[in-house]
Design a binder for this molecule. Structure first.
Ligand SMILES: [Zn+2]
Length: 188
């Protein structure tokens, strides 16, 4: 699935909203990504996961690791495409940990996957967790990159969609009088 087709599919499904949005930071933006419009649709997740898997197959990963909640769905499908196990990190007292008897060790070559990379904070936490278990990380794969954080490993996203945001006072959409939408509870 190439970037143009993916973008079209995301817009069609309402995963990429174009308009005038108030972000959680209070800044205004002309785009908003509602990741669960992707993750709720197996027919879309499957080809997306296959595309991510294809980019890392040559690195011979042994396991797919992601972060709950959105990452569970994507990680599972990427793992299916690679014929691997998928495990996920969950927060315990604010710190991501592996629960449920998930095994990860020094022999593992982990592929870390994330739905939408914004600041990269949750990916960094998963990378730390992988290293804390002595495993190697072969790379980070994502559906959408809203920025290009340096993870210290190969980072591949199917779609680059840099965040463009404005202070309310300097917002060109406000200047044009465009009505603003607060994604509020619809926020992923
Ligand atoms: Zn505005």
């Amino acid at each position: 699935m190439d970037a143009a087709r993916l973008r079209e599919a995301l817009v069609e499904r309402g995963a990429v909203l174009e308009g005038h949005f108030r972000l959680s930071s209070g800044r205004h933006s002309d785009r908003f990504v509602q990741k669960f419009r992707i993750l709720e649709e197996p027919k879309l997740v499957a080809p997306v996961a296959q595309a991510i898997a294809a980019r890392f197959a040559a690195e011979r990963p042994t396991i797919v690791v992601s972060a709950a909640v959105g990452g569970i769905v994507l990680g599972y499908e990427v793992a299916r495409a690679l014929g691997l196990r998928a495990i996920f990190a969950e927060k315990e007292a604010g710190v991501p940990v592996l629960r449920r008897g998930f095994a990860l060790g020094p022999e593992d070559r982990a592929l870390v996957v994330e739905d939408v990379v914004t600041t990269g904070g949750s990916v960094r936490e998963v990378l730390e967790l992988v290293r804390a278990h002595g495993a190697t990380c072969v790379g980070v794969g994502a559906i959408v990159a809203r920025s290009r954080p340096d993870f210290g490993v190969r980072f591949e996203a199917l779609l680059e969609m840099p965040i463009e945001s404005f202070e309310a006072e300097a917002c060109p959409l406000c200047a044009r009088g465009a009505p603003i939408i607060d994604p509020g509870s619809r926020r992923a």
